[in-house]
Design a protein around this ligand. Structure first.
Ligand code: DP6
Length: 312
């Protein structure tokens, strides 16, 4: 029996749209920070048939089954029992699949002695869900061509950013990221512009991280997030993942920044708001967001490590 743990990551330059070739490769370079506190813990054990349990219930997850079938063929794996538990809402825009696939691949690699390095684990996690490629690494992480295997941009101690998550709904999302990004690729009139500008956003954000330029990172990360949500809104049928409380939180974060707090927002394919801040602003940000009507819960996460084995 082998147990692996991985954290979700939050993209600061977003991935929204895939290349047409096989391998689940993003169409554009993207960049994230890995969180601590929130985690997927996945235990792999031998079994007489393949079984996948998520949060205590047996589930038939087509993405997990597809990845398991490719890995089984490639590595001649025995039947495995996989038990995965998240300590945070699943499928609600908190990157549960990112943490889940990173923990799954890390656990299988160790349990079956496949001898993968981090880059190869990242590649296999990407095949499950491309954002999961980034959760293999800790701190500041890039997912870029030509290999599309995540690489560390900087370790956790490079810059102690913190993330305050405002939960505005505990429900699972109606349209998956996979389906949503394909819809945007096919129908949003802004998709080609998104492809053209992503390289510059990536270069600007990675430069801002290298020089710890918070104002610059805030500007490019909010813009990348809002460009992605513009693609969603201009897809046909339209996609909107926000609740009124999500919008109120974004307004509150802009107001806090105008008052001098070091904070910016980012939002994925779900209604939760992630406020990225410097440690000295965390208390004020958490307090202010907890007072926004419709905010159900506040979570505070410093940066976290990459996927790892916790019990073998
Ligand atoms: C909005 O990684 O969930 O979180 O590769 O199809 O599984 P698939 O998509 P997924 O998409 C994540 C999209 C996002 C932005 C991001 O994390 O970069």
């Amino acid at each position: 029996m082998t147990t692996a743990l991985a954290h979700p990551n939050i993209a600061l330059v977003k991935y929204w749209g895939k290349q047409s070739k096989a391998g689940n490769m993003p169409a554009t370079p993207n960049l994230s920070i890995t969180l601590s506190e929130l985690s997927a813990v996945t235990t792999i054990s031998d079994s007489d048939h393949f079984q996948f349990h998520l949060n205590g219930k047996q589930v038939d997850d087509p993405k997990v089954s597809a990845l398991m079938s490719t890995m089984t063929d490639t590595f001649n794996l025995p039947p495995l029992h996989i038990d995965s538990t998240n300590n945070f809402p699943t499928s609600a825009g908190l990157a549960s699949s990112a943490a889940g696939f990173a923990a799954l691949v890390t656990g299988i690699d160790a349990h079956c002695n496949l001898g993968m390095d981090a880059a190869l684990r990242s590649e296999w996690a990407r095949r499950g869900s491309a954002s999961a490629a980034r959760s293999i690494c800790g701190g500041f992480v890039a997912l870029v061509p030509p290999d599309w295997q995540a690489q560390s941009l900087a370790p956790i101690d490079h810059w102690s950013l913190e993330v305050v998550v405002a939960i505005t709904s505990h429900g699972a999302k109606g349209v998956s990221s996979t389906e949503g990004m394909e819809r945007s690729r096919l129908t949003s009139p802004f998709y080609n512009q998104w492809l053209r500008s992503a390289g510059d956003d990536y270069a600007e954000a990675s430069g801002a991280i290298a020089t710890r330029d918070f104002a610059k990172l805030a500007e490019v990360a909010e813009l990348s997030c809002l460009k992605m949500h513009s693609l969603m809104l201009t897809s046909s049928p339209t996609l909107s993942y926000w609740t009124p409380a999500s919008i109120a939180c974004m307004d509150r974060i802009r107001a806090l920044r105008a008052q001098g707090e070091a904070v910016f927002f980012t939002v994925d394919a779900g209604p939760q708001i992630k406020a990225v801040c410097l440690p000295e602003s965390r208390v004020a940000v958490a307090q202010a967001l907890s007072e926004v009507p419709g905010v159900l819960e506040i979570l505070c996460c410093p940066l976290g490590e990459g996927a790892r084995i916790i019990d073998d």
